[in-house]
Write a protein that binds this ligand. Structure first.
Ligand code: GAR
Length: 201
């Protein structure tokens, strides 16, 4: 079984879906991976309590006392991660930029979900930017994490239509529903050693 650690910063709805997919119901049958840790840079992240309620060990390392010293923050965050001995690291709404050193350590075994059809709209405010550009479709991407922000080999992509009258909030909700389908599908395939992209629409 592949050991999966998940990093979050907030509500953790993607994390919940990843954990569910590995541990609950028919979806989890024959799954090649299991959750070993959920960690957050925010001790108040609601997702931590949700993970604990699902029986997954949790850890929090507040990034704020470290100021701009990302490497010092990561050195602390690394402790519970290494103790959990993960084979795969999933970023799921983890909103801290990681240093190249951290990324290199997990290169080839770290995934991220991003709420746009990459390479469009890396960074923040993806839905507002898609609406502003007049895009007819939006979506989400799971990719392997490399040192460049929101870049790296594509592992999955899901598309949704932009509807008339959409706001950033309504579009975000439609995309998030697809994230919840895409990320578990990608993780299952990836944990089985298959890196062909999952494409959903
Ligand atoms: C998700 O939409 C995820 O794609 C996005 O944050 C949200 C987290 O929601 N991630 C990024 O923007 C990463 N740059 P969740 O905490 O409910 O999973």
């Amino acid at each position: 079984m592949k050991r999966v650690a998940i990093l979050i910063s907030g509500g953790g709805s993607n994390m919940i879906r990843l954990v569910e997919s590995m541990t609950q119901g028919p979806e989890a049958e024959g799954h090649p991976a299991g959750p070993v840790l959920v960690a957050s840079n925010d001790p108040a992240a609601p997702g931590l309590a949700r993970a604990a309620a699902m029986g997954v060990p949790v850890a929090a390392v507040d990034h704020r006392p470290f100021g701009r010293d990302r490497a010092a923050f990561e050195a602390e965050l690394l402790k519970p991660i290494l103790a959990a001995r993960p084979d795969i690291l999933c970023l799921a709404g983890f909103m801290r930029v990681l240093t190249p050193g951290f990324v290199q350590r997990f290169e080839g075994r770290m995934l991220n979900i991003h709420p746009s059809l990459l390479p469009k709209y890396p960074g923040l405010h993806t839905h507002a930017r898609a609406l502003e550009a007049g895009d007819a479709e939006a979506g989400c991407t799971v990719h392997e994490v490399t040192a460049a922000l929101d870049d790296g080999p594509l592992l999955g992509q899901a598309r949704v239509p932009v509807e008339p009258g959409d706001t950033a909030a309504t579009l975000a909700a439609r995309v998030l529903a697809m994230e919840h389908r895409l990320y578990p599908a990608v993780l299952r395939r990836y944990a089985a050693g298959d890196r062909r992209p999952v494409l959903l629409s």
